[in-house]
Design a protein around this ligand. Structure first.
Ligand code: 0O2
Length: 245
């Protein structure tokens, strides 16, 4: 065993880099998956259910705090299993129904292993927190191996995200000992946000029901930054070719 402190430092740094790198690659994979769903929806249905996405890798400090809180071991293997939200992806949707559509689309992806789903929308936390949490394992292919890496996906609406972000800031400001009066008001604010989500969902369904089919110039369409134009007669040709006799 090498006892040179500089060599030991470099070895530890390498191991940590390799450990954290896997989470970055897993998040890249997940972000690509979500980007494809988003583009496909936009192209085929002229509708985008995803407002925005945000990914983060937990800081060492935050990982360390969680290890202490959970009392799990401190080897990298223990941390990998004990702290399963080192890689996090947050998907913010327009409507509640979009949350479940996105979740189902991800569940249908054969290469993703769904570890657990926590529905804090149907069962909000006592403080009012709402979100759909999916813990998944994503395959990351390296030059010599494939590793299944944990990613926590949080799917929520804009209103849920607004509330959770501000609540998180307030907790941080008060160092987690928030006055009771403020907790009560935060719960009321969460209820108001949930009511707003329900109202927007109702409006969304009403609008969908009365929306007439699109009357667009059907001979032209755009994929990525490329424009396509259907040559005259192609539509008839494709129909004739693919229609069963
Ligand atoms: P950060 O800063 O987002 O990383 P776990 O502790 O993950 O093993 P738990 O508590 O059952 O087990 O996890 P859960 O319920 O799935 O929630 C984990 C994450 O959800 C949190 O991560 C937050 O991001 C978010 N979350 C859960 N409850 C609340 C809440 O009441 N308010 C807000 N604002 N966010 C919440 P971290 O690691 O706590 O924080």
């Amino acid at each position: 065993m090498n006892h040179n402190p500089i060599d030991q430092f470099h070895e530890l740094k390498n191991r940590l880099t390799r450990f954290m790198m896997m989470y970055k690659f897993a998040l890249d994979e997940m972000e690509t998956k979500v980007e494809i769903l988003k583009e496909e929806f936009q192209l085929l249905h002229d509708y985008n259910p995803i407002e925005h996405t945000k990914s983060r890798i937990k800081s060492f400090e935050s990982i360390f705090r969680k290890v202490m809180r959970k009392g799990c071991g401190t080897s990298l293997e223990d941390i990998r299993e004990g702290v399963r939200d080192i890689a996090g992806l947050r998907i913010t949707c327009s409507f509640i129904s979009d949350i479940y559509s996105i979740s189902e689309m991800l569940q249908r992806q054969a290469d993703l292993k769904i570890i657990s789903i926590k529905d804090y929308i149907k069962n909000p936390k006592p403080n009012g927190y709402q979100s759909l949490h999916m813990l998944v394992q994503v395959p990351v292919y390296m030059s010599d191996r494939c590793e299944m890496v944990y990613v926590e996906v949080q799917i929520r609406t804009i209103a849920m995200d607004f509330w959770a972000s501000l609540e998180h800031k307030i907790f941080y400001k008060y160092d987690e000992s928030v006055p009771v009066q403020l907790l009560q008001e935060l719960k009321e604010a969460a209820d108001t946000a949930a009511e707003l989500d329900r109202k927007m969902q109702r409006l969304h369904e009403e609008i969908k029901a009365i929306k007439s089919p699109q009357s667009s110039d059907s001979s032209k369409f755009i994929i990525g930054d490329q424009k396509f134009e259907l040559p005259v007669g192609l539509l008839e040709f494709i129909r004739t070719e693919s229609d069963p006799q």
